[in-house]
Design a protein around this ligand. Structure first.
Ligand SMILES: [Zn+2]
Length: 1032
């Protein structure tokens, strides 16, 4: 939700992920804890680059006015904020815009964007996005996109549909790979096959429930159909979608670009082909290219193979007009699904006020309104936080809160979740009062400055995915022909804002008068749970199905039957994928170079030092061992982490402390770490990590503030603590449906070992239930005392390890400040080093949720990271995902995603995502061995190599300078171990694969568990022959 103000936000909001992309993340790098904490700690994305070369030189290799391979160079500018050269080109023949960002960054990006403006909610642009990736003229295989996932070392591959754009981006550090993917992507968008059978598979279709039985009933199926049913099972998503549709209702934003499940079956294949012809024309396309690879090769290829065959057309048909401002404010009320994991029924309501702001192309104004929004909303010094959050009558801000600049018109939103209907009125009154009081009383300069400081710091912070972030953040502005190049000059925009604020004491107050007081384009959106929501949806779905069936004649019936069989045959058929390009072993032999890590003992504290080009930033991580805490204390650590930096200290109240922290650092983040022993998997450690970074010039202050927090944290204010606890509970219940596979995997792993069980209790579905009960059974005073106890036991030098990443030049200074910091920390009793891990007997859990899709998982214990079989199992997991689970669980059975993986803790996991089935999928997981045996001839060298590439994508993914060395710091996995592991992955043989298949998959594992998150199912025991624990 709310991130600290940052120039670059990770991903624009309403984008829809393609296929199983979520599932590609490594289990270790994407824990539920992280998903949840994203709101609080989303990394600030900014610049990246190992050794940025200076390009301020006037003599640049390209010049304005010149033509390069059919593209005229229109504008070249150096952007010092990010040390990049921006070149804007335009294809002479078609008018296609081409934006090239020249930057010394190995992680190169390429994307093709289209302006796509739907005029219904059938999900047309979204289904087209799926279909474009289902085979094209030069690559006539089924789903080349999915197949390329395993033939590449891409650091990112995706396609997304926004409210008015569709984009196809990828990034990779390997140039051969870059050229390969470019070919696939360009052919996919300009010459897709858009085959009818693919339309049936990806979009929607009627099909006999029993495929070979003409008399069995007809049902609706389709990947996007299911995907969107899943997407809208998350209430926060329903709210955000409705906010957009009602806020800008007059043109394309009045519709659901992803597709409303009840409207999707109105789409025809013909409409889709027609839409492609019109909107995917090169004149309506924009291309983005970022990094250090040769631009000329790209331009020559694009021109010769694609653009030169088209003529320029007028693309004004896809332009979006400004929303006409309303004369009167509007109120809209919508129903929502009753969330079985959420707050009590009477509190499960949401409200938000949205106000129309400026045109997105007015970049300075939009930038300033964004800053103003942060000043009004973020943190304990902001006006809305004081008036709406502190009185504690809700579960905190809802997910829609913030400044939205994804569309032609921008808007400001502030809203609350988990409040009573009676309090809607109070919200409205408080909103007006806050606006009024802020205009009267003005703003505190120091508060505005702390927000601006954070923004400046985020410009310096380096992210390994800078190119992608730059693309995502520019897409909307570019889509409306805004000045994307000038929008990169963030320092200049900040300077202009500072100047305006200095010249005019009432600068922000006047903006508030204009946009808040004298603004009749104001929407109040409310949402309340309806117990019949799911029933109503099912009825509407049944009604739609009935109408569809009534309209069928015998010819159509026959067609449906035949298409069902044809589709199945094509899904099961083998095909020749040789036309697809693939990397070779030589392309990936070398491991990425990582700076060396040095370990010292400073005042008895193990300290890891890393010299990296950090762009004038120093990164600090303090890891406290908390393994010795009692069970009663451990369960409170996630809450402790959440509140400890929000309560102030002995010397500063919480408002002052927040201001100080934000004006000197990027914020001090505290989080729980769960580290299994990667050597033997027989023990684990719990840690509490304090993480921060600051500009080199502020490092003394950074250490002083950390010291203040560790020594003088304060939890006295029980009213504030009570509010923070209640907001915490509301926030952990959001997002379960959208990350259901992660929760299902955590829960199924929890059935395998007591360590994983604890992990789930600390971050999984179990945590939500536990915390709700805990808060009911204990007073705030009791909780306060226990939290205080945790802090006084844990914050000690004797329990601490530290990692500092800084530039070579600054390291001595950083160390000096570090030594001073250590001097003042207390030395307490040592905590025990680790806890024993125990394996559990098999068991099965069903979390009953009021949602129309399932998330299934099965976990079993295999071997830990350093065992020789681990790399083989990891390769096998990739192979099983690509060759078995995706074709069966996704393509044939209609789940949106599915896969298998092994964690460093040794737990092997199967999962499905937004799945219409549950027991059928678990059955497929169980039949892995049978499939592996039956398809044993498929285990050839190419298949093996593709699976290895899949693992390499994870192993070689770029690391931010501030995070280099983290594996050693947390898991004690050294550089040598990593390199050995990597070469072991590359050397896995077919025989070794067969070996682990026999060893781990033939017999039912001794320690395993299955878990389902999904709707009630009374036939569960009967269908599975297992005894399930039902949790509702
Ligand atoms: Zn999709």
């Amino acid at each position: 939700m709310l991130t600290r103000l940052q120039w670059l936000k990770a991903v624009p909001r309403p984008l829809r992920m393609l296929h199983g992309q979520l599932a590609r993340r490594n289990i270790n790098s994407f824990t539920v804890e992280e998903v949840r904490r994203r709101a609080k700690t989303e990394p600030k994305l900014a610049l990246q680059g190992d050794m940025p070369h200076v390009m301020a030189d006037r003599k640049y290799k390209y010049s304005e006015g010149k033509i390069y391979h059919g593209f005229q160079c229109e504008r070249i500018e150096y952007i010092p904020d990010f040390e990049l050269m921006s070149c804007t080109l335009r294809h002479v023949g078609t008018g296609t815009e081409f934006w090239y960002i020249d930057r010394n960054d190995a992680n190169n990006v390429f994307s093709i964007n289209f302006r796509t403006t739907p005029f219904d909610s059938t999900g047309l642009p979204h289904i087209l996005e799926h279909l474009a990736l289902c085979g094209s003229k030069n690559f006539p295989v089924r789903d080349p996109f999915f197949k390329m996932l395993n033939r590449s070392v891409a650091t990112f591959m995706n396609a997304m549909t926004g409210p008015d754009y569709t984009l196809y981006p990828f990034s990779t550090m390997n140039e051969v790979d870059f050229r390969n993917l470019q070919k696939i992507y360009l052919d996919a968008v300009f010459r897709p096959n858009l085959a009818y059978l693919d339309f049936l598979q990806e979009g929607w279709r009627l099909e006999h429930k029993e495929l070979c039985n003409r008399d069995s009933e007809l049902i609706i199926k389709g990947v996007v159909y299911n995907e969107m049913k899943g997407a809208f099972s998350e209430n926060s998503q329903v709210f955000t979608q409705n906010l957009l549709n009602n806020m800008l209702p007059d043109h394309t934003y009045g519709y659901v670009s992803g597709g409303n499940p009840l409207e999707i079956p109105k789409l025809t294949h013909k409409d889709l082909v027609e839409f492609h012809r019109k909107y995917y024309h090169p004149s309506n396309a924009r291309m983005f290219c970022y990094g250090s690879f040769d631009l000329m090769k790209t331009l020559a290829f694009v021109d010769k193979e694609y653009l030169s065959q088209h003529k320029c057309i007028d693309n004004s048909y896809s332009r979006i007009p400004k929303q006409k401002p309303w004369q009167q404010p509007r109120n809209v009320h919508i129903p929502s699904r009753l969330d079985s994991m959420g707050a009590t029924f009477d509190r499960q309501n949401q409200i938000a006020i949205a106000l129309l702001m400026c045109d997105t192309t007015d970049i300075q104004e939009s930038f300033e309104l964004n800053v103003l929004s942060e000043v009004l909303i973020r943190g304990p010094n902001s006006a809305f936080y004081k008036s709406l959050i502190e009185p504690n009558f809700s579960g905190g801000y809802n997910q829609s809160t913030g400044y939205s600049s994804d569309c032609k018109d921008t808007y400001f939103v502030v809203g609350l979740q988990d409040l009573k209907v009676e309090d809607f009125k109070k919200f409205n009154v408080l909103f007006d009062q806050t606006v009024h009081k802020t205009i009267e009383g003005g703003f505190e300069t120091q508060h505005i400055e702390s927000v601006l400081h954070n923004l400046e710091l985020s410009l310096k912070h380096q992210s390994p995915h800078f190119g992608n972030a730059l693309l995502f953040n520019s897409t909307s502005l570019w889509n409306h022909d805004g000045d994307i190049v000038s929008s990169l000059r963030v320092s200049e925009m900040i300077a202009r804002l500072r100047c305006s604020l200095k010249e005019n004491n009432n600068y922000f107050q006047q903006k508030m008068e204009k946009y808040f007081t004298n603004n009749t384009h104001k929407l109040t959106l409310t949402m309340s749970p309806d117990e019949c929501y799911e029933e109503n949806f099912k009825q509407a779905e049944a009604e739609m199905l009935k109408q569809k069936i009534n309209a069928l004649d015998s010819k159509k019936y026959k067609e449906i039957y035949e298409n069902g069989l044809k589709l199945e045959a094509s899904q099961k058929g083998t095909e020749n994928t040789d036309v697809l390009p693939c990397l070779s072993l030589n392309d990936v032999k070398e491991p990425p170079k990582i700076p060396t890590i040095e370990v010292q003992t400073v005042q008895n504290v193990p300290t890891q030092l890393c010299k990296v080009p950090t762009n004038e930033i120093t990164y600090l991580k303090c890891l406290f061992n908390i393994t010795g805490l009692s069970r009663d204390e451990v369960v409170l650590v996630p809450l402790f982490c959440n509140v400890i930096n929000d309560m102030g200290t002995a010397n500063h109240n919480f408002r002052e402390f927040d201001k100080l922290v934000l004006s000197k650092t990027a914020g001090i983040d505290v989080k729980l770490n769960f580290v299994e022993n990667v050597k033997d998997a027989k023990s684990y450690r719990l840690g509490l990590m304090m993480n921060t970074h600051a500009l080199d010039k502020n490092v003394a202050d950074m250490f002083a503030l950390c010291e203040e927090l560790l020594l003088n944290f304060r939890l006295d204010d029980t009213d504030r603590l009570k509010m923070l606890i209640e907001n915490y509970i509301s926030n952990i219940s959001v997002g379960i449906a959208s990350s259901g596979h992660l929760y299902a995997m955590l829960s199924s792993a929890a059935l395998v070992s007591d360590a994983a069980k604890l992990k789930s209790l600390l971050s999984g579905v179990d945590h939500i239930d536990f915390m709700k009960k805990y808060v009911q059974q204990n007073s705030t005073e009791q909780i306060r005392d226990r939290l205080r106890n945790i802090g006084s036991k844990v914050f000690s030098k004797s329990n601490m390890r530290v990692a500092i990443n800084s530039s070579e030049a600054f390291q001595p200074t950083a160390l000096e400040h570090y030594e001073n910091f250590l001097k003042n920390l207390p030395t307490l009793k040592n905590m025990s080093a680790k806890s024993e891990l125990h394996l559990l007997e098999p068991s099965f859990q069903h979390f009953v949720m009021n949602i129309p899709v399932n998330y299934c998982a099965k976990s079993f214990f295999a071997v830990p990271y350093l065992h020789e079989d681990h790399p083989v199992l990891r390769v096998l997991a990739k192979l099983v995902s690509a060759k078995y689970l995706l074709p069966v669980v996704r393509e044939q059975n209609g789940a949106y995603g599915a896969g298998a993986k092994i964690g460093s803790d040794g737990i092997f996991c199967f999962f499905s995502y937004r799945d219409p089935h549950s027991t059928k999928t678990l059955d497929a997981f169980d039949k892995t061995y049978e499939w592996l045996k039956a398809e044993s001839n498929k285990l050839d060298q190419q298949t093996l190599f593709e699976a290895k590439l899949g693992v390499l994508q994870q192993l070689d993914s770029p690391i931010a300078p501030g995070n280099i060395g983290i594996d050693y710091f947390l898991y004690e996995v050294s550089q040598e171990m990593f390199i050995k592991y990597r070469s072991r992955v590359l050397s896995v043989t077919v025989d070794e694969l067969r070996n682990v298949i026999e060893k781990y998959f033939k017999k039912e594992p001794k320690h395993f568990g299955k878990c389902i998150l999904g709707p009630a199912n009374d036939k569960l025991e009967q269908e599975t022959n297992l005894k399930w624990q039902i949790i509702s």
